[in-house]
Design a protein around this ligand. Sequence first.
Ligand SMILES: [Zn+2]
Length: 115
Amino acid sequence: MTAPDPGLTDLIAAHPRLPIHVFEDRHRYRCLCGWFEDVEPGEFTPHPAHVAFVVEQHTNGRITELEARIAEAQSLCNATGRYNAARQKHWNIRVFACDVLAALKGRAALEGEQQ
Ligand SMILES: [Zn+2]
């Protein structure tokens, strides 16, 4: 089970529906955030759609934020991969140089014995 988004709970709590204001020809639905919408009596309550929109915006923001972090992690991972490849190449060259040096020393020692 995934942990709930703590920001989402606060976000929803910040958007309670205020008492409906009744006009002669329409009802005004209001939210604590200042949002309101007038509908004809008997029409659906628009407040849940308002809260759903706010949640959607919040969620889209979180997704964008997470995608940016994933891209950053991917970029770091690629950089680490390049660094490791360069280190490996450097190490291979060192090993090769040591082998060449050992071979030269061995050959010099052999030549010394032969003289
Ligand atoms: Zn609101």
